[in-house]
Design a protein around this ligand. Structure first.
Ligand SMILES: Cc1cc2nc3c(=O)[nH]c(=O)nc-3n(C[C@H](O)[C@H](O)[C@H](O)COP(=O)(O)O)c2cc1C
Length: 230
């Protein structure tokens, strides 16, 4: 079983990183055989998407020196993904947004039927706004939100208290159960994904077949019924 964890904070050892590390430890204590790939975007420093759209045609990004393509592949091959970002200006961090632009999660439906955890930390207000953005990303990319958490924390304070520890334990256990269930019968990604995929993404790709060539292939590989064959 393989899990990918993405920390969208520029500070690897900040509040978000500490919480994600605790989820990682919880998972390891449930099942030592789980392989966990933990990525700190603050260290990776993903380069901006330059908007060339060549990934739609070719299936990969031409920017190769920051490892985002490899992370994207690992996400595709994983059984579940955990996304964490600090709240920045009622939103996800810039690092996380650049990652989303580069990782083609939505257009290739890379989270199809995967359980995901979404997490944000915030200091004062609007943690819910950042969390909504993460949850929507998961749903429109084909995944489902197994657990979701916003944790209020003062700057540079340790976010792990007894309440957080308890919540993280519950979230991790549910995530692990979902990972096992998903292995037997993968459920659909929900109504939002259905609408986003069948009424928005699919018709648009079909209308622009030449430009979306590789995207259509990738979606077929991800076992999604696609009109390109019809
Ligand atoms: C540029 C910037 C914008 C922020 N915007 C918000 C915000 O809108 N709401 C809030 O409650 N906290 C905000 N914060 C505080 C962070 O969300 C909070 O300190 C977070 O826990 C930091 O996570 P980290 O330690 O993992 O980097 C902001 C911090 C920064 C640096």
């Amino acid at each position: 079983m393989q899990i990918v964890i993405i920390n969208g904070s520029p500070r690897s050892k900040g509040a978000t990183g500490k919480i994600l590390s605790m989820i990682k430890e919880n998972l390891m204590s449930i099942d030592k055989s789980i392989q966990i790939c933990f990525y700190n975007l603050g260290e990776i420093k993903p380069r901006f998407c330059d908007g060339c759209l060549s990934c739609y045609r070719t299936g990969f990004c031409h920017i190769k020196d920051d490892g985002i393509e490899e992370i994207s592949k690992e996400i595709e091959n994983s059984d579940g993904v955990i996304f964490g970002s600090p709240t920045y200006g009622s939103n996800i961090s810039g690092q996380f947004k650049v990652f989303v632009d580069r990782a083609h999660l939505l257009v290739e439906q890379l989270l199809k039927n995967k359980p995901c955890i979404t997490l944000t930390t915030y200091e004062n207000a609007e943690g819910g706004a950042a969390l909504s953005i993460l949850k929507k990303l998961v749903r429109v990319s084909g995944g489902y939100v197994s657990g979701s958490l916003k944790i209020k924390v003062e700057h540079n304070k340790n976010p792990i208290d007894s309440t957080a520890t308890h919540k993280l334990k519950i979230i991790t256990e549910r995530f692990y159960k979902d990972l096992q269930r998903a292995k037997k019968h993968r459920l659909g990604g929900g109504i939002l994904n259905y609408i986003a995929f069948h009424f928005v993404l699919k018709p648009h790709a079909i209308r622009n077949k030449a430009r979306y060539n590789r995207t259509l292939d990738r979606q077929r590989i991800n076992s999604i019924k696609y009109l390109v064959d019809q």
